[in-house]
Write a protein that binds this ligand. Structure first.
Ligand code: FAD
Ligand code: NAD
Length: 405
């Protein structure tokens, strides 16, 4: 009898966790497992703010997929997904195609630009290893060029961060630690550097604990960040950005670097393949399958699950993607063993820690508020835990944040 073929798209938190769990759960005679990913490495998306600011080398945030998969059980294809043909049950890749009996879509998210003019051309994103490397190098280029100019352009040293959500705040934490080093390396007067964070909502980190938000804002302001709250980015240009408060006339902030960290949407492949979605995210059934598609699961940033307590979607996080990966692996194992009763996914929120740089953070963990070095320690525990869940203790020893104190 032909073995069923399980195809997993994306080797991020959700996809890679699904793969390593499936390779344990399923025997070689039970099914073929195929993992498809653009790169031959996995990157820790949750550490990209560090690579983007230059406080951590980009090689530290990635590891080879071959280090965690069992090649005797998993066929890894390094290729880019172009489209999913759900009627013919096959995935179109740039260099070929692959058929499936069961499909797990775990392709992550993409920056949400809300159609704002100029963002795609002029703003940098914190999205993957390449975008982080480009952002870090661009900031360094601005510092290096500044001193070469006869007439100095102070705007080169103006950095604008759009969005004061967790990504924007974590990047600012790293950036403010990196600036004194950059000024030293490139002989730049630190007083010339200007960092502005523009946030459309009436507060930084909308929805997060106000006491912790105040702590974060005062720490970052102390390190030189100016916050423009209740102010939206309307356009990005080669000179900087246009912003506006409510219906007021927009005004310009000149900047040599604009970072767009104002939210994510699902992977474009979802809509391109004709699946019904909200901002690129599929509202999945409790068993994580797409309604009407009994053989297709979606997890991570491209999936949408409603938090019944507040009737709003859960924010897309690595925490939820990995928990979904655990459930999908068990559900697929059930399906190939002809058990029709599938497990229901229930998010177990262990808390949130937002880094403010290497040595500072804020967080709510198991319902308790924490700040400062205690929270920074907790953040490293969370970072190491993600490595442990996918690659065990050996991966933590190889790639983990072991300078905990
Ligand atoms: P990802 O981990 O993004 O992986 C998607 C994978 O799919 C990647 O390997 C990518 O290369 C691959 N891929 C994409 N498109 C294609 C294609 N067309 N073909 C082939 N392969 C493709 N969440 C937390 O829980 N805690 C945190 O502390 C935290 N910190 C964060 C910090 C930053 C700076 C950012 C940006 C996000 C952070 N998040 C955090 C959110 C978290 O990173 C995401 O929710 C999580 O990465 C989603 O996991 P995923 O498996 O859906 O996708
Ligand atoms: P987000 O959606 O959480 O925050 C984006 C922010 O940008 C919002 O505050 C929004 O009001 C603002 N914004 C939107 N349009 C704007 C505009 N035109 N001008 C100015 N501001 C604008 O997005 P994110 O911070 O990228 O986070 C994405 C996901 O990743 C979230 O689910 C988040 O929880 C998760 N994440 C978690 C952590 C952590 O747990 N430490 C860290 C980073 C990201």
């Amino acid at each position: 009898m032909r073995k069923p073929k399980i195809v997993i798209l994306g080797a991020g938190y959700g996809g890679l966790l699904t793969t390593v769990r499936l390779q344990k759960l399923i025997g070689v005679n039970e099914a073929d497992i195929v993992l498809v990913n653009k790169n031959d490495y996995h990157y820790e998306t949750t550490w990209l703010h560090e690579a983007s600011a230059g406080t951590l080398h980009h090689d530290k945030v990635r590891y080879d997929i071959s280090a965690v998969i069992d090649r005797s059980k998993v066929n890894f294809i390094q290729d880019t997904v172009v489209e999913i043909n759900k009627d013919e049950k096959k995935v179109i890749l740039e260099k070929g195609e692959v058929e499936y009996d069961y499909l797990v879509i775990a392709l992550g998210g993409e920056p949400e630009t809300f159609g704002i003019k100029g963002l795609k051309e002029f703003a940098f994103g914190i999205t993957n290893v390449n975008s982080s490397r480009q952002l870090r190098e661009h900031i360094e280029y601005q510092f290096a060029t500044y001193n070469m100019e006869e007439v100095k352009d102070d705007n080169r040293l103006s950095i604008v961060v759009g969005g004061a959500g967790f990504t924007g705040i974590e990047f600012l934490g790293e950036l403010t630690n990196r600036i004194p080093e950059l000024c030293h390396e490139y002989d730049v007067d630190q007083n010339k550097v200007k960092i502005t964070c523009v946030e459309a909502a009436p507060t930084v980190l909308p929805g997060f604990d106000p006491e912790l938000v105040n702590y974060a804002v005062s720490q970052l302001e102390r390190k030189g960040v100016e916050f423009l709250i209740g102010t939206a980015i309307k356009e990005a240009t080669s000179e900087g950005i246009l912003v506006a408060k409510g219906d007021q006339e927009p005004w310009e902030i000149k900047a040599g670097t604009v970072v767009w960290a104002a939210g994510v949407r699902g992977n474009a492949i979802i809509e391109k393949s004709g699946f019904e979605a909200m901002r690129g995210r599929v509202k999945v059934q409790p068993d994580l399958r797409i309604p009407g598609f009994d053989d297709v699961f979606v997890i991570g940033d491209s999936s949408l699950i409603i938090n019944e307590e507040i009737n709003r979607p859960y924010p897309p996080t690595a925490q939820i993607a990995m928990q979904q990966g655990e459930v999908v692996a068990r559900n697929i194992a059930s399906l190939i063993r002809n058990k029709q009763q599938l497990e229901t996914f229930k998010f177990d929120n262990k808390g949130t820690v937002c880094s403010l740089g290497e040595d500072d953070a804020i967080g709510v963990v198991f319902g308790k508020k924490i700040t400062g070095s205690k929270a920074a320690f907790m953040k490293k525990v969370v970072d190491n835990r993600a490595l442990y869940m996918i690659g065990g203790a050996s991966l933590v020893l190889k790639k983990g944040k072991l300078n905990m104190f």
